[in-house]
Ligand binder design. Structure first.
Ligand code: C5P
Length: 227
């Protein structure tokens, strides 16, 4: 049984989301997708018509957004003003703009504080939570019981992302996907406020040659070691 926080960080296309949900389910823990929060704020910014490089205007949208995320690994929902935007936040428009919005320091401060509150609440009610993102082990939950940094080769990540896109009905070529994955990594790793970075005490897990069950088994073994 899990007590406390498992932090899952790493770039996109490593299988992070699926692994995080399955892990939370297996452990009877809660689940928080912090990427969905940055994506939902980005959608609110796009809908407002504000320029994504206008930091002050972007922050003001973020401050006033009515955002709710579920923490049940088996029932994922992202609500913006009560509307379920789970599909729209994974579309191309949001994916292209999200790195700019999430680089705004004020937006990060706001969302990190919210994430900390959600984590504290879920830990109290369910005992534990699996949190996925880019800065969980470094900024959101530096005291996490276990920190895992997922990696995979660029080819494997582009392939997984495009399979996912196609399964969701989005037709994107593998070349475009690979460019997008590279571009987002560069932006997410290069920003000044809490860039994507492995925590010093994170365990690195390369998922290139592993399937979902393989990754899960590795992480469950790490959890067992810490019990
Ligand atoms: O994980 P996902 O691909 O949904 O994340 C979308 C974007 O949100 C990332 O590319 C990154 O710009 C931002 N993000 C972040 N910090 C997190 C989670 C996501 O900056 N903890």
């Amino acid at each position: 049984e899990l007590r406390g926080v498992i932090a899952l960080d790493g770039p996109s296309g490593t299988g992070k989301s699926t692994v995080a949900r399955r892990l939370a389910d297996a452990l009877g823990a809660g689940y928080l997708d912090t990427g969905a929060m940055y994506r939902a704020v980005t959608l609110a910014v796009l809908r407002s018509g504000v320029a994504t490089d206008d930091d002050e205007a972007v922050l003001s949208i973020a401050e006033n957004v009515d955002l709710k995320v579920s923490t049940d690994p088996n029932h994922q929902e992202t609500l913006l003003g009560g509307e379920n935007v789970g599909a729209e936040i994974r579309g191309q428009a949001v994916t292209l703009a999200v790195s700019a919005v999430s680089a705004v320091a004020g937006v990060r401060a706001l969302l990190v504080a919210r994430q900390m509150r959600i984590i504290a609440e879920v830990c109290e009610t369910r005992g534990g939570i699996v949190v996925e993102g880019r800065d969980i082990g470094t900024a959101v939950a530096p005291d996490a019981a276990l920190k895992v940094f997922l990696t995979a080769s660029a080819d494997a990540r582009a392939l997984r992302r495009s399979l996912q896109d196609n399964a969701s009905g989005r037709e994107v070529s593998i070349d475009d996907t690979r460019k997008d994955v590279d571009r987002r990594d560069r932006l997410d790793s290069g920003r000044t406020t809490s860039p994507m970075q492995p925590a010093d005490d994170a365990v690195w897990l390369d998922t290139t040659e592993l399937d979902l069950q393989g990754v899960l088994d590795e992480i469950l073994a790490l959890v067992a070691e810490r019990d």
